[in-house]
Write a protein that binds this ligand. Sequence first.
Ligand SMILES: Cc1cc2nc3c(=O)[nH]c(=O)nc-3n(C[C@H](O)[C@H](O)[C@H](O)COP(=O)(O)OP(=O)(O)OC[C@H]3O[C@@H](n4cnc5c(N)ncnc54)[C@H](O)[C@@H]3O)c2cc1C
Length: 457
Amino acid sequence: MNAAFAELTALLGPERVLTEPEHLAVYGFDGTAAISGEAGCVVFPECTAEVGEILKLATKYAAPVVSRGSGTGLSGGSVPSAGCIVLCLVRMDRVVELDSANLTILVESGVVTQTVAGLADAEGLLYPPDPGSMKISTIGGNVAENSGGLRGLKYGITRDYVMGLEVVLADGSIHWLGSKCVKDVAGYSMRDLFIGSEGTLGIITRVLLQLVPKPAARRTMLATYSRMDAAAATVSAIIAARIIPCTLEFLDRITIRCVEDFAHIGLPRDAEAILLMETDGHPAVVAEEAEQMERIARENGATDVTVAADAAEAARLATARRAAFSALARVSPTTILEDATVPRSELARMINHIQEVGARHRLRIGTFGHMGDGNLHPTFLTDERDHEEMERVELAMQEIFDFAVELGGTITGEHGVGLAKKRFLPRAIGESSVALMRQVKRALDPQGILNPGKIFD
Ligand SMILES: Cc1cc2nc3c(=O)[nH]c(=O)nc-3n(C[C@H](O)[C@H](O)[C@H](O)COP(=O)(O)OP(=O)(O)OC[C@H]3O[C@@H](n4cnc5c(N)ncnc54)[C@H](O)[C@@H]3O)c2cc1C
Protein backbone atom coordinates (compact mmCIF):
# COMPACT_ATOMS: atom_id res chain seq x y z
CA MET A 1 0.00 0.00 0.00
CA ASN A 2 3.01 2.28 0.45
CA ALA A 3 3.25 2.67 -3.33
CA ALA A 4 -0.36 3.90 -3.40
CA PHE A 5 0.32 6.41 -0.61
CA ALA A 6 3.42 7.65 -2.45
CA GLU A 7 1.39 8.22 -5.62
CA LEU A 8 -1.29 10.03 -3.62
CA THR A 9 1.38 12.29 -2.14
CA ALA A 10 2.73 13.02 -5.60
CA LEU A 11 -0.82 13.90 -6.73
CA LEU A 12 -1.91 16.09 -3.80
CA GLY A 13 1.30 17.19 -2.13
CA PRO A 14 2.46 16.04 1.34
CA GLU A 15 0.34 18.59 3.23
CA ARG A 16 -2.86 16.98 1.88
CA VAL A 17 -1.92 13.38 2.66
CA LEU A 18 -1.71 12.39 6.34
CA THR A 19 0.13 9.19 7.24
CA GLU A 20 1.54 9.82 10.73
CA PRO A 21 -0.15 7.69 13.44
CA GLU A 22 -0.92 10.72 15.64
CA HIS A 23 -2.72 12.38 12.70
CA LEU A 24 -4.52 9.20 11.65
CA ALA A 25 -5.81 8.64 15.20
CA VAL A 26 -8.10 11.67 14.86
CA TYR A 27 -9.80 10.04 11.86
CA GLY A 28 -10.15 6.64 13.53
CA PHE A 29 -13.75 7.13 14.72
CA ASP A 30 -16.95 9.10 14.12
CA GLY A 31 -19.77 10.04 16.52
CA THR A 32 -20.58 6.39 17.25
CA ALA A 33 -19.55 5.03 20.64
CA ALA A 34 -17.28 2.02 20.98
CA ILE A 35 -16.38 1.68 17.27
CA SER A 36 -13.00 2.69 15.85
CA GLY A 37 -10.50 1.72 13.15
CA GLU A 38 -7.08 2.60 11.81
CA ALA A 39 -6.68 4.28 8.43
CA GLY A 40 -3.58 3.90 6.26
CA CYS A 41 -3.77 7.55 5.18
CA VAL A 42 -6.16 10.49 5.05
CA VAL A 43 -6.40 12.59 1.88
CA PHE A 44 -8.01 15.98 1.30
CA PRO A 45 -9.08 16.57 -2.32
CA GLU A 46 -10.02 20.13 -3.28
CA CYS A 47 -11.97 19.46 -6.49
CA THR A 48 -13.94 16.73 -8.28
CA ALA A 49 -11.11 16.00 -10.72
CA GLU A 50 -8.83 15.18 -7.77
CA VAL A 51 -11.45 12.82 -6.32
CA GLY A 52 -11.51 11.09 -9.73
CA GLU A 53 -7.71 10.71 -9.74
CA ILE A 54 -7.69 9.38 -6.16
CA LEU A 55 -10.28 6.75 -7.06
CA LYS A 56 -8.37 5.71 -10.19
CA LEU A 57 -5.35 5.11 -7.96
CA ALA A 58 -7.46 3.24 -5.41
CA THR A 59 -8.80 1.00 -8.19
CA LYS A 60 -5.29 0.39 -9.51
CA TYR A 61 -4.12 -0.77 -6.06
CA ALA A 62 -7.49 -2.29 -5.01
CA ALA A 63 -7.22 -0.02 -1.96
CA PRO A 64 -10.34 0.49 0.21
CA VAL A 65 -11.66 4.07 0.34
CA VAL A 66 -13.75 5.43 3.19
CA SER A 67 -15.36 8.79 2.41
CA ARG A 68 -15.75 11.22 5.28
CA GLY A 69 -17.45 14.54 5.87
CA SER A 70 -17.30 15.92 9.41
CA GLY A 71 -17.34 12.49 11.07
CA THR A 72 -20.52 13.14 13.11
CA GLY A 73 -22.18 9.93 11.88
CA LEU A 74 -23.88 7.74 14.46
CA SER A 75 -23.62 4.31 12.84
CA GLY A 76 -19.86 4.08 12.23
CA GLY A 77 -20.16 4.92 8.50
CA SER A 78 -16.94 6.90 8.24
CA VAL A 79 -14.93 4.72 10.64
CA PRO A 80 -11.92 3.52 8.62
CA SER A 81 -11.40 -0.09 7.66
CA ALA A 82 -7.85 -1.26 8.44
CA GLY A 83 -5.23 0.48 6.29
CA CYS A 84 -7.77 2.23 4.04
CA ILE A 85 -7.61 5.61 2.34
CA VAL A 86 -9.87 8.04 4.20
CA LEU A 87 -11.15 10.51 1.62
CA CYS A 88 -12.10 13.59 3.62
CA LEU A 89 -14.24 16.09 1.71
CA VAL A 90 -14.19 19.07 4.06
CA ARG A 91 -11.94 21.15 1.77
CA MET A 92 -14.52 20.90 -1.01
CA ASP A 93 -16.66 23.58 0.60
CA ARG A 94 -17.48 26.00 -2.20
CA VAL A 95 -20.99 27.35 -2.72
CA VAL A 96 -21.26 27.23 -6.50
CA GLU A 97 -24.57 28.95 -7.17
CA LEU A 98 -27.65 30.21 -5.35
CA ASP A 99 -30.35 30.44 -8.01
CA SER A 100 -33.17 32.50 -6.50
CA ALA A 101 -35.25 32.27 -9.70
CA ASN A 102 -35.38 28.48 -9.51
CA LEU A 103 -35.08 28.29 -5.68
CA THR A 104 -32.03 26.03 -5.78
CA ILE A 105 -28.53 26.07 -4.37
CA LEU A 106 -25.58 24.12 -5.81
CA VAL A 107 -22.81 23.34 -3.32
CA GLU A 108 -19.78 21.12 -3.03
CA SER A 109 -20.30 18.21 -0.69
CA GLY A 110 -18.02 19.51 2.08
CA VAL A 111 -20.21 22.56 2.72
CA VAL A 112 -21.56 22.58 6.28
CA THR A 113 -25.36 22.19 6.54
CA GLN A 114 -25.73 25.37 8.60
CA THR A 115 -24.04 27.37 5.81
CA VAL A 116 -26.74 26.31 3.36
CA ALA A 117 -29.44 27.12 5.93
CA GLY A 118 -27.88 30.56 6.58
CA LEU A 119 -27.56 31.45 2.89
CA ALA A 120 -31.16 30.40 2.25
CA ASP A 121 -32.35 32.44 5.22
CA ALA A 122 -30.57 35.57 3.97
CA GLU A 123 -32.58 35.24 0.72
CA GLY A 124 -35.89 34.85 2.58
CA LEU A 125 -35.81 31.12 1.84
CA LEU A 126 -35.65 27.95 3.92
CA TYR A 127 -33.54 24.80 3.64
CA PRO A 128 -35.72 22.57 5.83
CA PRO A 129 -33.59 19.50 6.77
CA ASP A 130 -32.11 20.44 10.15
CA PRO A 131 -30.24 17.51 11.75
CA GLY A 132 -29.18 18.20 15.33
CA SER A 133 -25.58 18.20 14.06
CA MET A 134 -26.20 20.83 11.36
CA LYS A 135 -23.60 23.26 12.73
CA ILE A 136 -20.87 20.75 11.84
CA SER A 137 -22.25 18.05 9.52
CA THR A 138 -21.60 18.34 5.78
CA ILE A 139 -24.18 18.27 3.01
CA GLY A 140 -22.35 15.24 1.52
CA GLY A 141 -22.71 13.38 4.83
CA ASN A 142 -26.39 14.41 5.03
CA VAL A 143 -27.06 13.04 1.55
CA ALA A 144 -25.02 9.86 2.13
CA GLU A 145 -27.05 9.18 5.32
CA ASN A 146 -30.32 10.70 4.05
CA SER A 147 -30.44 12.63 7.30
CA GLY A 148 -33.57 13.88 8.98
CA GLY A 149 -34.13 16.62 11.50
CA LEU A 150 -36.57 18.31 13.82
CA ARG A 151 -38.71 19.62 10.94
CA GLY A 152 -39.11 16.22 9.27
CA LEU A 153 -42.78 15.73 10.08
CA LYS A 154 -43.96 18.63 7.92
CA TYR A 155 -41.04 19.16 5.55
CA GLY A 156 -39.56 15.70 5.02
CA ILE A 157 -35.90 14.68 5.01
CA THR A 158 -32.77 15.32 2.98
CA ARG A 159 -33.96 13.13 0.07
CA ASP A 160 -36.93 15.46 -0.47
CA TYR A 161 -34.58 18.39 -1.24
CA VAL A 162 -31.93 16.77 -3.45
CA MET A 163 -32.52 17.67 -7.11
CA GLY A 164 -29.13 16.70 -8.48
CA LEU A 165 -25.86 15.05 -7.54
CA GLU A 166 -22.38 14.87 -8.97
CA VAL A 167 -20.83 11.51 -8.06
CA VAL A 168 -17.49 9.87 -8.70
CA LEU A 169 -17.55 6.09 -9.08
CA ALA A 170 -14.91 3.63 -7.91
CA ASP A 171 -13.27 3.66 -11.36
CA GLY A 172 -12.81 7.44 -11.16
CA SER A 173 -15.56 8.31 -13.68
CA ILE A 174 -17.56 11.47 -12.95
CA HIS A 175 -21.36 11.57 -13.39
CA TRP A 176 -24.04 14.27 -13.05
CA LEU A 177 -27.41 12.85 -11.96
CA GLY A 178 -30.58 14.96 -11.88
CA SER A 179 -31.47 18.50 -12.96
CA LYS A 180 -33.05 21.80 -11.90
CA CYS A 181 -36.36 20.67 -13.40
CA VAL A 182 -39.12 20.18 -10.86
CA LYS A 183 -40.44 17.42 -13.11
CA ASP A 184 -37.89 15.08 -14.65
CA VAL A 185 -38.68 11.42 -15.29
CA ALA A 186 -36.10 10.67 -18.00
CA GLY A 187 -34.86 7.18 -17.17
CA TYR A 188 -34.08 5.62 -13.80
CA SER A 189 -33.74 8.05 -10.90
CA MET A 190 -30.04 7.27 -10.44
CA ARG A 191 -29.71 10.22 -8.07
CA ASP A 192 -31.95 8.46 -5.57
CA LEU A 193 -29.72 5.39 -5.56
CA PHE A 194 -26.91 7.44 -4.04
CA ILE A 195 -29.05 9.10 -1.37
CA GLY A 196 -28.56 7.07 1.80
CA SER A 197 -25.86 4.90 0.17
CA GLU A 198 -23.40 5.68 3.01
CA GLY A 199 -20.35 6.04 0.80
CA THR A 200 -20.67 2.48 -0.54
CA LEU A 201 -21.63 3.27 -4.16
CA GLY A 202 -19.73 6.45 -5.03
CA ILE A 203 -18.33 9.70 -3.70
CA ILE A 204 -20.74 12.63 -3.77
CA THR A 205 -18.87 15.76 -4.84
CA ARG A 206 -21.62 18.30 -5.61
CA VAL A 207 -25.24 18.59 -4.53
CA LEU A 208 -28.08 20.61 -6.06
CA LEU A 209 -30.62 21.36 -3.33
CA GLN A 210 -34.13 22.69 -3.48
CA LEU A 211 -35.10 25.61 -1.23
CA VAL A 212 -38.60 26.70 -0.20
CA PRO A 213 -40.08 30.07 0.79
CA LYS A 214 -39.44 30.91 4.44
CA PRO A 215 -42.67 30.66 6.48
CA ALA A 216 -43.88 34.09 7.61
CA ALA A 217 -44.74 33.05 11.16
CA ARG A 218 -43.88 30.41 13.73
CA ARG A 219 -45.18 29.52 17.18
CA THR A 220 -43.39 27.26 19.66
CA MET A 221 -44.75 25.60 22.79
CA LEU A 222 -43.72 23.08 25.40
CA ALA A 223 -46.22 20.70 27.02
CA THR A 224 -45.50 18.79 30.23
CA TYR A 225 -46.94 15.37 31.13
CA SER A 226 -47.04 13.18 34.20
CA ARG A 227 -47.91 10.16 32.01
CA MET A 228 -46.14 8.96 28.88
CA ASP A 229 -49.31 7.68 27.20
CA ALA A 230 -50.84 11.16 27.53
CA ALA A 231 -47.96 12.62 25.47
CA ALA A 232 -48.41 9.91 22.83
CA ALA A 233 -52.17 10.52 22.79
CA THR A 234 -51.54 14.24 22.22
CA VAL A 235 -49.45 13.47 19.14
CA SER A 236 -52.17 11.22 17.69
CA ALA A 237 -54.90 13.75 18.45
CA ILE A 238 -53.01 16.61 16.79
CA ILE A 239 -52.52 14.60 13.61
CA ALA A 240 -56.14 13.41 13.74
CA ALA A 241 -57.18 17.10 13.88
CA ARG A 242 -55.45 17.45 10.46
CA ILE A 243 -52.65 19.61 11.86
CA ILE A 244 -49.13 18.84 10.68
CA PRO A 245 -46.80 20.78 13.00
CA CYS A 246 -43.28 21.41 11.74
CA THR A 247 -41.92 20.02 15.02
CA LEU A 248 -43.31 17.42 17.42
CA GLU A 249 -40.42 16.28 19.60
CA PHE A 250 -40.37 14.41 22.86
CA LEU A 251 -38.10 13.88 25.90
CA ASP A 252 -38.57 11.26 28.62
CA ARG A 253 -37.91 11.72 32.32
CA ILE A 254 -34.23 10.68 32.30
CA THR A 255 -33.53 13.02 29.38
CA ILE A 256 -35.48 15.90 30.96
CA ARG A 257 -33.37 15.68 34.12
CA CYS A 258 -30.08 15.49 32.21
CA VAL A 259 -31.07 18.49 30.03
CA GLU A 260 -32.09 20.50 33.09
CA ASP A 261 -28.81 19.71 34.88
CA PHE A 262 -26.95 20.78 31.72
CA ALA A 263 -28.87 23.74 30.30
CA HIS A 264 -30.87 25.07 33.31
CA ILE A 265 -33.92 26.09 31.31
CA GLY A 266 -36.45 25.47 34.05
CA LEU A 267 -37.80 22.09 32.89
CA PRO A 268 -40.01 20.24 35.39
CA ARG A 269 -37.70 17.56 36.82
CA ASP A 270 -40.58 15.39 38.02
CA ALA A 271 -42.38 15.26 34.63
CA GLU A 272 -42.67 11.90 32.88
CA ALA A 273 -42.46 13.47 29.42
CA ILE A 274 -42.38 16.79 27.62
CA LEU A 275 -43.40 17.60 24.05
CA LEU A 276 -41.81 20.43 22.08
CA MET A 277 -44.32 21.54 19.45
CA GLU A 278 -43.95 24.09 16.70
CA THR A 279 -46.20 25.23 13.88
CA ASP A 280 -45.18 27.55 11.04
CA GLY A 281 -46.75 29.11 7.96
CA HIS A 282 -49.18 31.97 7.31
CA PRO A 283 -49.65 34.05 10.51
CA ALA A 284 -53.42 33.50 10.67
CA VAL A 285 -53.07 29.73 10.22
CA VAL A 286 -50.23 29.58 12.74
CA ALA A 287 -52.29 31.44 15.35
CA GLU A 288 -55.26 29.09 14.84
CA GLU A 289 -53.14 25.92 14.85
CA ALA A 290 -51.19 26.97 17.94
CA GLU A 291 -54.44 27.56 19.81
CA GLN A 292 -55.77 24.16 18.74
CA MET A 293 -52.51 22.38 19.66
CA GLU A 294 -52.51 23.94 23.12
CA ARG A 295 -56.14 22.93 23.66
CA ILE A 296 -55.51 19.36 22.40
CA ALA A 297 -52.47 19.00 24.68
CA ARG A 298 -54.50 20.08 27.73
CA GLU A 299 -57.46 17.87 26.78
CA ASN A 300 -55.08 14.90 26.54
CA GLY A 301 -53.60 15.34 29.98
CA ALA A 302 -50.80 17.93 29.72
CA THR A 303 -50.22 19.29 33.21
CA ASP A 304 -48.75 22.50 31.79
CA VAL A 305 -48.35 24.17 28.38
CA THR A 306 -45.92 27.07 27.89
CA VAL A 307 -46.36 29.04 24.67
CA ALA A 308 -43.28 31.07 23.71
CA ALA A 309 -44.04 34.80 23.74
CA ASP A 310 -41.24 35.69 21.32
CA ALA A 311 -38.34 34.30 19.27
CA ALA A 312 -35.96 34.35 22.26
CA GLU A 313 -38.30 32.26 24.38
CA ALA A 314 -38.93 29.92 21.45
CA ALA A 315 -35.17 29.38 21.14
CA ARG A 316 -34.96 28.70 24.89
CA LEU A 317 -37.73 26.08 24.70
CA ALA A 318 -36.16 24.47 21.62
CA THR A 319 -32.89 24.15 23.56
CA ALA A 320 -34.62 21.49 25.65
CA ARG A 321 -34.65 19.22 22.61
CA ARG A 322 -31.54 20.43 20.79
CA ALA A 323 -29.39 19.87 23.89
CA ALA A 324 -30.73 16.36 24.56
CA PHE A 325 -27.82 14.35 23.13
CA SER A 326 -25.11 16.60 24.59
CA ALA A 327 -26.84 16.55 27.98
CA LEU A 328 -27.09 12.76 28.04
CA ALA A 329 -23.50 12.39 26.82
CA ARG A 330 -22.18 14.13 29.96
CA VAL A 331 -23.62 11.56 32.33
CA SER A 332 -21.57 8.45 31.63
CA PRO A 333 -18.29 7.53 29.90
CA THR A 334 -20.07 5.91 26.93
CA THR A 335 -23.24 7.16 25.25
CA ILE A 336 -24.84 4.88 22.67
CA LEU A 337 -27.49 6.80 20.77
CA GLU A 338 -29.89 4.43 19.04
CA ASP A 339 -32.46 5.11 16.39
CA ALA A 340 -35.62 2.97 16.20
CA THR A 341 -38.70 3.96 14.24
CA VAL A 342 -42.25 2.66 14.58
CA PRO A 343 -45.60 3.65 13.08
CA ARG A 344 -46.88 6.62 15.10
CA SER A 345 -49.79 4.59 16.46
CA GLU A 346 -47.31 2.24 18.20
CA LEU A 347 -45.25 4.94 19.94
CA ALA A 348 -46.61 4.40 23.45
CA ARG A 349 -46.01 0.62 23.24
CA MET A 350 -42.49 1.16 21.95
CA ILE A 351 -41.61 3.65 24.68
CA ASN A 352 -43.04 1.35 27.37
CA HIS A 353 -41.02 -1.53 25.92
CA ILE A 354 -37.79 0.50 26.01
CA GLN A 355 -38.41 1.36 29.67
CA GLU A 356 -39.24 -2.26 30.54
CA VAL A 357 -36.12 -3.55 28.73
CA GLY A 358 -33.95 -0.98 30.50
CA ALA A 359 -35.31 -1.95 33.93
CA ARG A 360 -34.99 -5.70 33.27
CA HIS A 361 -31.38 -5.42 32.11
CA ARG A 362 -30.52 -2.90 34.85
CA LEU A 363 -29.53 -0.23 32.31
CA ARG A 364 -30.01 3.51 32.18
CA ILE A 365 -31.72 4.44 28.90
CA GLY A 366 -32.82 8.03 28.21
CA THR A 367 -35.24 8.30 25.29
CA PHE A 368 -35.98 11.35 23.18
CA GLY A 369 -36.82 11.88 19.56
CA HIS A 370 -39.03 12.89 16.72
CA MET A 371 -42.38 11.73 18.11
CA GLY A 372 -44.30 13.09 15.14
CA ASP A 373 -42.25 10.81 12.85
CA GLY A 374 -42.39 7.78 15.19
CA ASN A 375 -38.58 8.04 15.32
CA LEU A 376 -37.15 7.45 18.81
CA HIS A 377 -33.59 7.71 20.10
CA PRO A 378 -33.21 5.33 23.05
CA THR A 379 -29.84 6.39 24.44
CA PHE A 380 -27.80 3.99 26.55
CA LEU A 381 -25.79 5.70 29.29
CA THR A 382 -23.09 3.16 29.91
CA ASP A 383 -19.36 2.44 30.08
CA GLU A 384 -17.67 0.45 27.31
CA ARG A 385 -14.94 -0.65 29.76
CA ASP A 386 -17.53 -2.62 31.74
CA HIS A 387 -17.76 -5.78 29.60
CA GLU A 388 -20.53 -7.36 31.63
CA GLU A 389 -22.68 -4.23 31.28
CA MET A 390 -21.91 -4.03 27.54
CA GLU A 391 -23.27 -7.58 27.14
CA ARG A 392 -26.51 -6.43 28.76
CA VAL A 393 -26.57 -3.38 26.45
CA GLU A 394 -26.21 -5.70 23.45
CA LEU A 395 -29.10 -7.90 24.62
CA ALA A 396 -31.29 -4.88 25.32
CA MET A 397 -30.54 -3.37 21.92
CA GLN A 398 -31.44 -6.61 20.16
CA GLU A 399 -34.75 -6.76 22.06
CA ILE A 400 -35.56 -3.12 21.25
CA PHE A 401 -34.93 -3.55 17.51
CA ASP A 402 -36.78 -6.88 17.40
CA PHE A 403 -39.80 -5.21 18.98
CA ALA A 404 -39.59 -2.22 16.61
CA VAL A 405 -39.64 -4.59 13.61
CA GLU A 406 -42.48 -6.60 15.20
CA LEU A 407 -44.52 -3.39 15.44
CA GLY A 408 -43.99 -2.71 11.72
CA GLY A 409 -41.09 -0.32 12.35
CA THR A 410 -37.45 -0.27 11.36
CA ILE A 411 -33.93 -0.30 12.82
CA THR A 412 -32.95 3.20 11.75
CA GLY A 413 -34.96 6.28 10.90
CA GLU A 414 -32.04 8.55 10.07
CA HIS A 415 -28.62 7.45 11.32
CA GLY A 416 -28.05 4.75 8.72
CA VAL A 417 -26.80 1.19 8.99
CA GLY A 418 -23.02 1.59 8.78
CA LEU A 419 -21.23 -0.85 11.03
CA ALA A 420 -23.47 -0.45 14.04
CA LYS A 421 -26.71 -1.81 12.55
CA LYS A 422 -25.65 -4.23 9.86
CA ARG A 423 -26.36 -7.33 11.96
CA PHE A 424 -29.99 -6.19 12.31
CA LEU A 425 -30.49 -5.36 8.62
CA PRO A 426 -31.62 -8.74 7.19
CA ARG A 427 -34.33 -9.06 9.84
CA ALA A 428 -35.49 -5.50 9.20
CA ILE A 429 -35.72 -5.53 5.39
CA GLY A 430 -35.49 -9.21 4.43
CA GLU A 431 -32.73 -11.29 2.84
CA SER A 432 -33.98 -10.67 -0.71
CA SER A 433 -33.68 -6.87 -0.31
CA VAL A 434 -30.15 -7.30 1.03
CA ALA A 435 -29.32 -9.53 -1.97
CA LEU A 436 -30.65 -6.86 -4.36
CA MET A 437 -28.49 -4.22 -2.67
CA ARG A 438 -25.45 -6.45 -3.08
CA GLN A 439 -26.18 -6.71 -6.82
CA VAL A 440 -26.31 -2.92 -7.15
CA LYS A 441 -23.08 -2.64 -5.15
CA ARG A 442 -21.32 -5.17 -7.40
CA ALA A 443 -22.49 -3.36 -10.55
CA LEU A 444 -21.15 0.03 -9.44
CA ASP A 445 -18.14 -1.04 -7.40
CA PRO A 446 -17.02 -4.46 -8.74
CA GLN A 447 -13.84 -4.54 -6.65
CA GLY A 448 -15.74 -3.62 -3.49
CA ILE A 449 -13.33 -0.81 -2.57
CA LEU A 450 -15.88 1.82 -1.50
CA ASN A 451 -16.56 1.79 2.25
CA PRO A 452 -16.19 -2.00 2.49
CA GLY A 453 -18.01 -3.79 5.31
CA LYS A 454 -20.57 -1.00 5.78
CA ILE A 455 -24.33 -1.75 5.52
CA PHE A 456 -23.48 -5.43 4.78
CA ASP A 457 -20.32 -7.54 4.61
C1 LIG B 1 -24.91 15.71 18.19
C2 LIG B 1 -25.39 14.98 16.97
C3 LIG B 1 -26.69 15.17 16.54
C4 LIG B 1 -27.14 14.50 15.40
N1 LIG B 1 -28.42 14.72 14.99
C5 LIG B 1 -28.89 14.11 13.88
C6 LIG B 1 -30.23 14.35 13.44
O1 LIG B 1 -31.00 15.10 14.03
N2 LIG B 1 -30.62 13.70 12.31
C7 LIG B 1 -29.80 12.85 11.62
O2 LIG B 1 -30.23 12.30 10.61
N3 LIG B 1 -28.53 12.62 12.03
C8 LIG B 1 -28.05 13.22 13.13
N4 LIG B 1 -26.77 12.99 13.55
C9 LIG B 1 -25.92 12.05 12.77
C10 LIG B 1 -24.98 12.74 11.74
O3 LIG B 1 -24.70 14.06 12.10
C11 LIG B 1 -25.58 12.69 10.33
O4 LIG B 1 -25.60 11.37 9.88
C12 LIG B 1 -24.80 13.55 9.31
O5 LIG B 1 -25.48 13.56 8.08
C13 LIG B 1 -23.36 13.07 9.06
O6 LIG B 1 -22.67 14.07 8.36
P1 LIG B 1 -21.07 14.11 8.35
O7 LIG B 1 -20.65 15.17 7.42
O8 LIG B 1 -20.56 14.20 9.73
O9 LIG B 1 -20.76 12.67 7.71
P2 LIG B 1 -19.75 11.55 8.23
O10 LIG B 1 -20.09 11.12 9.60
O11 LIG B 1 -18.37 11.95 7.95
O12 LIG B 1 -20.13 10.37 7.22
C14 LIG B 1 -21.39 9.73 7.32
C15 LIG B 1 -21.51 8.69 6.19
O13 LIG B 1 -21.58 9.34 4.94
C16 LIG B 1 -20.50 8.94 4.10
N5 LIG B 1 -20.09 10.16 3.40
C17 LIG B 1 -19.74 11.35 3.95
N6 LIG B 1 -19.51 12.24 2.99
C18 LIG B 1 -19.69 11.61 1.81
C19 LIG B 1 -19.60 12.00 0.44
N7 LIG B 1 -19.28 13.25 0.10
N8 LIG B 1 -19.85 11.08 -0.51
C20 LIG B 1 -20.20 9.81 -0.18
N9 LIG B 1 -20.31 9.38 1.09
C21 LIG B 1 -20.07 10.27 2.07
C22 LIG B 1 -19.46 8.34 5.01
O14 LIG B 1 -18.68 7.36 4.34
C23 LIG B 1 -20.32 7.73 6.09
O15 LIG B 1 -20.82 6.47 5.67
C24 LIG B 1 -26.29 13.62 14.69
C25 LIG B 1 -24.97 13.44 15.15
C26 LIG B 1 -24.53 14.09 16.27
C27 LIG B 1 -23.11 13.87 16.70
